[in-house]
Design a protein around this ligand. Structure first.
Ligand SMILES: Cc1cc2nc3c(=O)[nH]c(=O)nc-3n(C[C@H](O)[C@H](O)[C@H](O)COP(=O)(O)OP(=O)(O)OC[C@H]3O[C@@H](n4cnc5c(N)ncnc54)[C@H](O)[C@@H]3O)c2cc1C
Length: 362
């Protein structure tokens, strides 16, 4: 009898799993991908899409075509919970899907908790599969005063991309208490601050947003900031459906996984990317992590299917980060070395196009 491998979510790791099984099928197993959208965005190119440097389709992976190449059935629907005892994943629009082996890569949601009005008035950058349609409407409306709340890598890149796309708008990056690019080397933070100033992006920092209202942002002490549109680029929160999985979760609500990316206490269920909390050490919620987990996850799913021992995922201690400045320039940083300019953009563009070619090809 055929057994069933179910992949939930078409995130950055699962596209690699599909590619892996397309190259080397898993005999005796049926493969199903249950994911919310027919196209999965590649986060590395999203700021380039916003800036107008790429067309939308250049940053989208056709997940149905990729699944077809892997011999997988693609079900476009939203997972809503898991029945662990019956080994079934519930979904919004139809019958639950059975599994013998399950992997979850469904990303994160915006962290709007604790800031009144944020969920109602701000446009969140996450989940990223919903970002492009929402942004399309925003860019068409061409608001005169834009604010981006959160100055991590995504917030900085999106502020710069908006500047490139809407040259006459005023853009304010609200960096809060953490400042610009928290956790990055000082040199990178300084270079990014210079790049933002040179592109007429105002930086407001020192205080976190107290409330988002229809007219803009309210702070505990500083004067309110009048804005026509607010983008929300603060950290990641756990999607509500993870609470319906019956799986162990960390304090923030993400699925706890061991070094081999297995859900804690389970040997037939794996999770990775933003939706997972890696037990051995904290990891950033970044696409690069999910991308690097992809090959390990693929190997471990095959091992679990064939009854072999899984191998651990070993996170790198540092990796190359390339931030688009919106105008075919970028800042690159690794191991404390920081470079910026056109060569950094050339490298980023090349890496991103190569990544996409792996999943868009015939
Ligand atoms: C503008 C922007 C730029 C960024 N740039 C970078 C960057 O340059 N480098 C970097 O490392 N990180 C970047 N990030 C962060 C990056 O986007 C995330 O860390 C990354 O997408 C996480 O990948 P993932 O595989 O966990 O999930 P995702 O890429 O979010 O994919 C989740 C998938 O699951 C599907 N899904 C979600 N919920 C369900 C459900 N209930 N049922 C079924 N399917 C579901 C979605 O449709 C999607 O296919 C950026 C983020 C933003 C917002």
């Amino acid at each position: 009898m055929q057994r069933h491998l179910l992949l939930v979510g078409g995130g950055h790791a699962h596209v690699e799993v599909l590619r892996h099984f397309a190259a080397k099928p898993l005999p005796g197993w049926r493969l199903t991908l249950l994911t919310r959208e027919a196209h999965s965005p590649y986060s590395g190119m999203l700021p380039g899409v916003i800036a107008g440097l790429y067309r939308e389709e250049q940053a989208l992976i056709d997940i149905q075509a990729l699944a077809a190449r892997a011999g997988a059935e693609a079900v476009i629907d939203r997972a809503t919970g898991i029945d662990l005892a019956a080994r079934r994943v519930h979904r919004a629009g139809g019958e639950a899907r059975p599994f013998d082996l399950l992997s979850i890569d469904t990303g994160a949601t915006p962290d709007t908790a604790g800031v009144p009005g944020a969920a109602r008035h701000a446009l969140p950058l996450k989940p990223i599969d919903a970002l492009l349609p929402r942004l399309r409407a925003l860019l068409e409306a061409a608001p005169a005063r834009l604010g981006v709340v959160g100055a991590g890598a995504a917030g900085v890149e999106v502020a710069l991309a908006l500047r490139a796309r809407l040259p006459s708008a005023s853009v304010t990056l609200v960096a809060g208490v953490a400042g610009v690019l928290p956790g990055f080397p000082d040199k990178a933070r300084a270079r990014a601050t210079e790049a933002l100033a040179a592109r007429r992006i105002a930086i407001q920092q020192g205080e976190d947003v107290a409330e988002v209202v229809a007219e803009g942002l309210v702070f505990p002490r500083a004067a309110p900031l009048a804005l026509d549109a607010v983008l929300w680029a603060t950290g990641a929160a756990a999607p509500a459906w993870l609470a319906e999985t019956g799986l162990e979760r960390d304090r923030a609500g993400f699925l706890r996984v061991d070094a081999c990316l297995r859900a804690i206490g389970q040997d037939r269920i794996f999770a990775c990317g933003d939706c997972a909390g890696f037990d051995p050490q904290p990891l950033p919620k970044a696409g690069v992590v999910a991308v690097r987990q992809g090959p390990v996850l693929a190997r471990n799913l095959r091992a679990a299917a064939e009854g072999h021992a899984p191998r651990p995922y070993r996170p790198q201690s540092d990796w190359l980060v390339l931030l688009s400045l919106g105008d075919r320039r970028a800042i690159g940083t690794r191991n404390g070395v920081v470079v910026s300019g056109r060569a950094a953009w050339w490298l980023k563009d090349r890496i991103d196009r190569r990544f996409m070619a792996r999943y868009q090809g015939a």
